[in-house]
Ligand binder design. Structure first.
Ligand SMILES: [Zn+2]
Length: 264
């Protein structure tokens, strides 16, 4: 997970209007949504979800089931904005979205899914709030679904989210000790799933193979070997580069051997 910047990710001027048009009575929906969010966050009523609490304010799908009109999915502007924010990568696992969920419309219709950070069923007043949206892959979105632990999850657009996880050289991920939000994020988004771990490992190791040859050369600085562009798994790679760098420096100090000389 890398830090995402929300600068520029703002709803267009007609967003409210577009959302309202999808409801039979948008004002009634908003009233009920606000009342629902006043209920205890972890109480039974909240857990059962908004569709059970106030089905009358939601339109129904083709099977007659009340549902939130999926404006975030239909209106491509949402995905355009959040795909730009995360450079087309999943906001949680940093996988390239195109390889897991091919898009059909090129630049105008980016692939991937719109994840509601605070789930729709429990936070209906935030279903159409843009700061509640992240671009994610199908695997992360499917794993998390409507879950919401007591303390919530790590937000990719706040603080230094990457530093709250530890990425091992073999691709494994763990939450920093005592960080409950990070622990729930790893668990509920399925960040330890097998193929994700394999891809992360390959990305880390192929970069390390290269940089380990450079560490120790007098002209090489740490910033020269860190990844600065948004590529898949860059956070996991950079953590391992920093570790290899620190290790190389310790070894360099201890060893009486001459530092490798640059070949000219
Ligand atoms: Zn993902």
């Amino acid at each position: 997970m890398i830090r995402l910047r929300r600068r520029g990710v703002k709803p267009p001027a007609d967003w409210q209007e577009t959302v309202d048009a999808a409801f039979p009575d948008a004002a009634a929906f908003r009233r009920k949504a606000r009342a629902f969010e006043k209920l205890a966050e972890l109480g039974a009523k909240r857990e059962k979800g908004f569709a059970r609490y106030a089905p009358e304010v939601l339109p129904t799908d083709e099977k007659g089931k009340p549902e939130f009109p999926p404006v975030w999915r239909i209106d491509a502007r949402v995905r355009q904005a959040i795909a730009r924010m995360s450079h087309g990568f999943c906001a949680y696992c940093q996988s390239p979205i195109s390889s897991t969920h091919p898009g059909k419309g090129g630049e105008d219709k980016p692939p991937g899914q719109v994840e509601h950070f605070r789930p729709k069923a429990r936070f209906p007043a935030q279903v159409y709030a843009w700061d509640n949206y992240f671009l994610v892959c199908m695997a992360c979105n499917g794993a998390k679904h409507d879950r919401w632990p007591a303390g919530g999850y790590v937000r990719p657009d706040e603080g230094q989210p990457g530093s709250r996880f530890v990425f091992a050289e073999n691709g494994e991920i763990e939450a920093r000790e005592g960080d409950e939000q990070a622990r729930c994020t790893v668990e509920d988004f399925g960040l330890t799933r097998f193929w994700l771990t394999q891809h992360r490992r390959t990305a880390i190791q192929s970069h390390l193979d290269f940089v380990k040859k450079l560490i120790g050369y007098p002209d090489i600085r740490l910033q020269d070997i860190l990844i600065t562009r948004p590529v898949a798994f860059s956070e996991a790679i950079n953590q391992n580069v920093r570790r290899a760098w620190a290790h190389g420096r310790r070894k360099g100090k201890k060893s009486s051997r001459a530092r490798p000389r640059r070949v000219r």
